[in-house]
Design a binder for this molecule. Structure first.
Ligand code: SAM
Length: 243
């Protein structure tokens, strides 16, 4: 009898990088929900955060933690799953993975190690895009710097921003992420280097207390100090030169 060799066909594994809400749990795309329902495992920056979203949409999946500290260590495990044909999802705590969040090292490692894996983006919310859409600032071009360094390098970063905005006419707005603990500090630092600029703050975007505040840094300091509620939550900041 003739011996025929049938190679075992494994379907290629798939890594889906899924954007999740930045506050309002309704901000999840139909495609993201389908991918979360169909995947074999979800790797998450914080499994408790994704668990709330999954509970809301009645999805049950095995969860694994993969945060900034473990991103390097967990790559091998994710690669083995992908090579075995599994559908793996990665989600960060909020918004789009890779934007001031883990995800890019995982994607780079998978891209470098495996020919037989599909990597797909499941786009959705991001705090920076949310503020761009309602700031009323010309953001045709802008510079996004994420979080400024907390200590070393912060003053240099602020001076660089000042130089960028103080330059020629038409300089691009600069966008930053900032935490509630440092928002007043940031505004005071901006007063030092760019007292005449206009600042737009997006606070608690997509949440119950969403607000957009706009003014000179000194005006915003006065506003935030007048009511500590304005200092709570999460912040995106746009700094622009006024013509
Ligand atoms: N990956 C996220 C994204 O796509 O926007 C950003 C993650 S970064 C670790 C978290 C920062 O994003 C917060 O400190 C804050 O500056 C900003 N942020 C996240 N959610 C926000 C919200 N609902 N309103 C305002 N800023 C938000």
């Amino acid at each position: 009898m003739k011996n025929t060799f049938h190679p075992v066909e494994t379907s290629p594994g798939k890594l889906s990088i899924v954007a999740t809400p930045i506050g309002n749990l309704e901000d999840i795309t139909l495609r993201a929900l389908r991918i979360l329902k169909e995947c074999d495992v979800i790797y998450a920056e914080d499994t408790r955060v994704i668990a709330k979203l999954l509970q809301r949409y009645e999805i049950q999946k095995p969860l694994q933690r993969l945060d900034a500290a473990t991103e390097g260590k967990k790559v091998g495990e994710v690669l083995r799953r992908l090579e075995a044909g599994e559908r793996v999802v990665y989600v960060s705590d909020a918004g789009t993975p890779g934007i001031s969040d883990p995800g890019s090292r995982l994607v780079a490692a998978v891209r470098a190690s495996s020919q037989n894996v599909v990597i797909e983006a499941i786009p959705g919310p991001s705090a920076l895009a949310a503020l761009v859409s309602i700031a009323g600032v010309d953001m045709t071009q802008f510079t996004f710097l994420g979080f400024l360094p907390h200590k070393k390098g912060r003053q240099t970063a602020l001076r660089t921003i000042a130089t960028m905005l103080d330059g020629a006419q038409g300089s691009m707005p600069v966008m930053l992420y900032e935490s509630p603990h440092r928002i007043l500090k940031l505004l005071s630092e901006i007063v030092e280097v760019l007292p005449e600029c206009r600042v737009t703050i997006g606070r608690e975007l997509t949440k119950m207390h969403e607000e957009v505040l706009q003014g000179t840094p000194q005006e915003l300091i006065a506003l935030l100090e007048s009511d500590p509620n304005h200092q709570r939550g999460e912040f995106v900041v746009i700094i622009e030169r006024v013509q």
